[in-house]
Design a protein around this ligand. Structure first.
Ligand code: NDP
Length: 310
């Protein structure tokens, strides 16, 4: 059996074109162009790439975007002041504080200052509470992207057994709430789970969000399972690449050319053989995370600015 590939890039492109139309509509009806501000503190190389991708995507759909860079040496008060200034600026619709923050900056303190109605990543305590109660205007981008991939790929969630490996605040926990709202029966796994294999094999939909290269392989996946791989890990060992990309000469060639490759939390060659459907890494959940940020930003702009006119 060869798993169906759930093409995140194509789904994200479709969402981007819907967002572009929504931006044009806002401009026509209300004379406003949504504005997104991304706060980047320090020099984390992965964060720099993510932030650049978000700003580029915003540009493609007509959202005004700005990256506000603060030095690695910034203290909590510096970042808090920046967030408060953006909260107070009525021309700013969406604020995203790129995580992780440098070690010396208190994340809870900074996020606690962020206006929930501009929190387009949906990660403030207020928006997490709203998510729990089902009154959230939008959802955190990566979990929302997972739900969108399933919806647009006609993979039903209602009544299904969903196992999520990973219980972080930004991925596992909010995704569990979204799955629950969509009427799935949800199991959340973590490092203390007694028998991971038993839990994952029960799943109709298996989500990997552990940040461990190829943690889940053939023995974790029952035949026909839908596998959503959120993990992003860089592999530099040739031996590992040969194992992960067995039967996929194109990816092996890419590895040879670049000296490294991205692999998720699921063993790609093994999952390809036993899963029913799978999101690739890269090109699966990643593009959706960005697309959902754009969608959330337009939604935030529409809600805040129409409320202001009432
Ligand atoms: P965290 O490190 O915050 O959380 C990892 C979770 O996985 C923890 O709950 C941890 O358990 C669990 N875990 C780790 N190892 C194991 C194991 N061996 N068995 C069972 N559970 C395990 O990671 P994030 O949630 O922030 O990110 C997860 C992955 O998703 C990363 O690779 C990250 O790069 C990627 N990511 C991708 C995005 C995208 O757009 N595609 C967006 C966000 C993240 P415990 O709680 O017990 O420690």
């Amino acid at each position: 059996m060869s798993a169906r590939i759930l093409d995140g890039k194509a789904i994200a492109a479709a969402i981007e074109s819907e967002v572009a139309s929504a931006v044009q509509d806002l401009e026509k009806r209300l004379g406003l162009t949504p504005r997104l501000c991304v706060v980047l503190v320090g020099e984390n190389p992965a964060s720099q790439v993510y932030v650049r991708n978000k700003a580029r995507a915003a540009g493609r759909v007509g959202i005004r975007s700005e990256i506000i860079r603060l030095p690695e040496t910034s203290c909590t008060a510096d970042v808090r002041r920046q967030v408060e200034a953006l909260d107070a600026d009525s021309d700013v619709d969406g604020i995203l504080v790129q995580l992780p923050l440098p070690r010396d900056v208190d994340e809870a303190e900074v996020m606690g200052r962020l206006d929930a109605d501009k929190d387009v990543d949906g990660l403030t305590a207020v928006n997490m509470g709203r998510l729990l109660l089902g009154t959230n205007p939008w959802a955190p981008c990566t979990p929302a992207g997972v739900m969108e991939i399933l919806r647009r790929s006609d993979i039903p969630v209602e009544g299904k057994k969903v196992t999520i490996v990973g219980r972080s605040n930004i991925v596992g926990k909010p995704l569990a709430l979204l799955m629950l709202r969509a009427h799935a029966t949800v199991t959340l796994c973590h490092t203390r789970t007694a028998n991971l294999e038993e839990e994952t094999r029960r799943a109709d939909i298996l989500v990997a969000a552990a940040g461990r290269t190829a943690l889940l392989g053939a023995r974790h996946i029952s035949p026909g399972t839908t596998v959503i791989d959120i993990g992003i890990n860089r592999v530099t060992s040739r031996q590992e690449a040969e194992n992960f990309f067995a039967g996929n000469p194109r990816r092996l060639e890419q590895f040879e050319r670049n000296g490294s490759a991205l692999v998720g939390d699921v063993h790609p060659a093994e999952a390809q053989e036993c899963a029913g459907a799978i999101t690739p890494v890269p090109g699966g959940v990643g593009p959706l995370t960005v697309a959902m940020l754009l969608l959330n930003t337009v939604d935030a702009a529409r809600r805040r600015r129409t409320a202001a006119r009432r």
